[in-house]
Design a protein. Structure first.
Length: 529
């Protein structure tokens, strides 16, 4: 009856209502009474009449309050009238300010009551969602009958991350698609042939962004269209400093799609005040509502804990390599070690110190050369390229350091360089992880790392498989190098220990953590996380 005769019912209500309004407030007239009834009964009036309707309801309330001021229901009536004015203020847009003012004149307590009511509703909703998820889990073992559709949003394809995505794409629990913000956001020179479903966004780059963010910031609004078309069960957001990541986070929140956050950031770097302020403002927004946070190692884990992420919502998704495969290839090359050393210009008695890095200032390669000065048995080999090449050549000549710059090396040639070397060094001032540390450890090299290298917290035990030195301290690095030169037996034991430590950092643990987090996040299919 309400469906078929709703129009007739409302007309009857309007007739009775306006008659009562005219009797109570005859000064409103027929038009004013009709407008007051329309807005007061929850209806919507045309925008052009919004101000007149609000004035009519305000006047009706004034008369009503004067007549019924001693009755018990006056407070509820006040709030109802105020809420109706607020509701129409939202729809009125340009006229909304005046309507809100009239609403506060009718019910000043709305200033406090509205936010409190919204907060109570949000809290009740969260509690209901949590209870629903618990109930769903209690119904079974949590297994899904269909794969979880996962869209991962990543800045660029890197060899270590792409290889993990390749393996994840083969997992039956997932349907994985990876969206890249760009072919590269940091002028990387590597080439990655992805075996997973992927696409690249097209965007506009902001000049000067790299000086602020340490990488480019391509603006890629196409990410919204891609996410809408893929309709993921779970979104994986890598980092928070690219437009694509920020947009994916906003889309997930708006569409109430659960998301996982991949974080590489840690707090060991010194930052200017404005950088710390921005991180305090931005990062909690990403972590607060994430279904899980996937971290690359211990330093990132500590950073997330410091920002209030519960430990049970943190899992490792490492920047790593196929450790077993690298070790096996290195072992096969050992018989060629002497000839490989000769190609680098090293004799049997030399100690070859290898660093794999871009030739830029933040890698602190000049500190490595300064640490090697005065020790003729050291040969410093740097695999990489970049704008700092002429300065390094000049620095080595000035210090009398033997230096071999190989340029960028492909996989096979880089593996040969590891096998030919005796020590691996990375003294960077900024290195959130450093996958080259995994590679060197898998090839049984002892490590010399600065305390800004993220991998050091997980892959280096100071004095056991290498030495940890303060960043920007060539004297400490020189002391460590002398020990590597003077104690060949310890150097060999340290290298063997490196391979032992890195053996637990292969692909499988990270893959299992990713799959478990995605399936868990997608379990309550219709309930926002």
């Amino acid at each position: 009856v309400s469906t078929t005769d709703g129009g007739a019912q409302r007309e009857r209500q309007r007739e009775v209502g306006t008659r009562s309004i005219r009797a109570l407030a005859p000064g409103l007239g027929d038009e004013g009474a009709a407008l007051a009834w329309e807005i007061g009964s929850g209806g919507r009036v045309p925008r052009a009449q919004a101000d007149s309707a609000a004035s009519a309801l305000h006047e009706l309330w004034r008369v009503f309050a004067k007549v019924h001021r001693r009755e018990s229901g006056i407070g509820a009536a006040r709030r109802d009238a105020g809420r109706m004015l607020v509701r129409n203020a939202v729809a009125a847009k340009a006229e909304g300010g005046r309507l809100l003012l009239k609403a506060l004149q009718v019910a000043p307590s709305l200033v406090v009551e509205v936010p409190l009511t919204r907060r109570r509703r949000r809290r009740a909703t969260r509690e209901a969602h949590a209870e629903a998820r618990r109930s769903l889990r209690a119904l079974g073992d949590g297994r899904r009958t269909s794969p979880v559709r996962v869209t991962a949003v990543s800045p660029e394809p890197t060899p270590y991350r792409s290889a993990l995505f390749d393996k994840l794409a083969n997992r039956p629990e997932l349907e994985l698609s990876v969206v890249y913000a760009s072919q590269t956001v940091a002028s990387r020179s590597w080439t990655v042939e992805a075996q997973h479903e992927s696409l690249f966004l097209r965007g506009i780059r902001f000049p000067g962004a790299r000086r602020v963010l340490r990488h480019d910031y391509p603006v890629t609004p196409g990410i919204f269209r891609v996410l809408a078309s893929q309709r993921p069960d779970v979104v994986v957001v890598s980092g928070w400093s690219t437009f694509a990541s920020q947009a994916a986070y906003a889309w997930s929140r708006r569409k109430q799609v659960p998301y996982l956050l991949i974080s590489e950031s840690n707090d060991v770097d010194t930052r200017s005040g404005w950088r710390r302020a921005i991180k305090r403002l931005v990062v909690p927004r990403f972590t607060r509502n994430a279904a899980a946070v996937l971290v690359v190692g211990e330093l990132t884990r500590q950073s997330m804990l410091a920002r209030g992420v519960p430990p049970e919502r943190i899992a490792v998704f490492a920047n790593t390599i196929d450790v077993a495969a690298w070790g096996a290839e290195a072992d096969r090359l050992v018989e060629r070690r002497e000839s490989l050393r000769a190609e680098l210009g090293a004799t049997r008695d030399d100690v070859v110190v290898l660093s794999v890095a871009r030739l830029v200032s933040e890698k602190c390669l000049a500190d490595l050369l300064a640490a090697a000065a005065g020790e003729p048995r050291l040969l410093v080999v740097i695999a990489g390229d970049g704008p700092g090449r002429p300065a390094l050549v000049a620095c080595a000549a000035q210090l009398g350091v033997r230096l071999k710059l190989t340029g960028n090396l492909d996989h096979d040639r880089l593996l040969e360089a590891y096998v030919a070397s005796d020590v691996f060094a990375l003294l960077s001032a900024h290195e959130p992880w450093g996958v080259v540390v995994n590679e060197a450890a898998a090839c049984s090299l002892p490590l010399l790392l600065s305390n800004r290298v993220g991998a050091a917290a997980d892959l280096l035990i100071d004095g056991d498989n290498g030495v940890l030195v303060p960043v920007g301290d060539p004297a400490a690095a020189a002391k460590a190098l002398r020990r590597f030169v003077d104690e060949p037996e310890w150097r060999g034991r340290a290298g063997a220990r490196s391979r032992e430590l890195v053996s637990e950092w292969g692909y499988e643990p990270s893959i299992e953590n990713f799959v478990a987090a995605a399936v868990e996040a997608a379990l309550p299919r219709t309930i926002p996380a």
